[in-house]
Design a binder for this molecule. Structure first.
Ligand code: SF4
Length: 321
């Protein structure tokens, strides 16, 4: 397992970076390359399927999310242009699909599940790339993601949204550079620039649900990744090396007050509107109630008293939302 991007780049001195990541994965899990490739290929197909499966008529159980991914495509003459418009639409769709209990690939987390597909699925179509090339891009993304998870965090509860959407954005930026045939050094620069652009981003889900602002933050993660990748491909470098950017992100995350780490006690969750939404959804504290999620196999029984998050440090090693 690579503990630094520098080590990953050294390992890829005489081979493509994606291959160094693949070999590292095989060593780690005792898998053979074919099994690893099959598994990654399955994840790529699942990502594409999740975009296909998006249903614009569907709404999340609480009604906060749904329909906006399709709405994005209705804008005529987008300021961003057709490609970015499509990217934004896919990011919204996947965030909503997740909120509606659809099947997504949590790469690196469910909350940030829209970022990688939002940039890679439209790029495959635009550049007419094969699935094999896209799977290699996923290995590149995974390599950078693994270093971020090792040195810092990919969990909103540990490091804020910079660790979730920010990590996804850094992974996506590196993958985009790979898709365009950039060098490993450019991939590292893209990841660094994407990460430092969102440094300090807090995790503040309204009513504790992975919907507001999470769905739209996937859009920002995706567009930020494209900007960082283009800068890197133009030869622009990050003044701060990527490993140091990752370490800084980890430090910022550790020093974020708990209110900004997925407790829903700060930021947008603590605004008057955020609190009103929470009250409307959860009602009075002492009431017990059953929330039945329509149109799904799930039935969730919750105690309102148990929903109030405790103000304390989140447990180490908690996975992202
Ligand atoms: S739950 Fe927090 S970290 Fe995850 S996407 Fe939402 S705001 Fe970001």
């Amino acid at each position: 397992m690579f503990s630094s991007v520098e080590a990953m780049l050294s390992a890829s001195a005489e081979k493509p970076l994606w291959q160094a990541v693949l070999e590292d994965d095989c060593r780690d899990r005792g898998a053979d390359p074919e099994a690893s490739l099959n598994r990654m290929g399955g994840l790529w197909q699942a990502m594409k399927q999740s975009v296909q499966d998006y249903d614009p008529t569907r709404r999340s159980p609480c009604g906060l999310s749904g329909g906006q991914g399709a709405q994005m495509a209705t804008l005529a003459n987008s300021i961003c242009g057709p490609f970015i418009q499509e990217v934004m639409g896919v990011a919204l769709k996947l965030g909503e699909h997740n909120a509606c209990m659809g099947c997504i690939v949590a790469a690196p987390t469910a909350g940030a599940c829209g970022v990688l597909p939002a940039v890679l699925v439209p790029l495959q179509r635009k550049d007419r790339l094969g699935d094999e090339e896209m799977v290699r891009c996923l290995y590149t993304a995974a390599g950078f993601g693994q270093v971020i998870a090792t040195r810092a965090s990919i969990s909103g509860a540990e490091g804020g949204c910079q660790a979730e959407v920010g990590s996804a954005s850094g992974m996506a930026a590196a993958a985009l550079v790979a898709a365009r045939g950039g060098s490993p050094k450019q991939m590292a620069a893209a990841c660094a620039m994407a990460l430092h652009n969102v440094l300090g981003l807090v995790c503040d889900p309204v009513a504790g649900l992975v919907e507001v602002p999470c769905v739209k933050r996937n859009v920002i993660g995706a567009v930020n990744a494209i900007a960082a990748a283009d800068m890197a491909l133009a030869g622009i470098e990050s003044r701060i090396p990527v490993d140091e950017v990752i370490d800084a992100m980890g430090e910022v995350g550790r020093r974020l007050p708990v209110e900004f780490r997925e407790t829903a006690l700060g930021g947008l969750a603590a605004t008057p509107t955020g609190k009103a939404v929470k009250k409307q959804l959860h009602g009075d504290k002492k009431k017990q109630r059953t929330l039945t999620i329509k149109d799904s196999r799930w039935k969730l029984e919750r105690s309102e008293e148990a929903e109030e998050p405790a103000v304390k440090d989140s447990p180490k090693g908690k996975k992202g939302s």
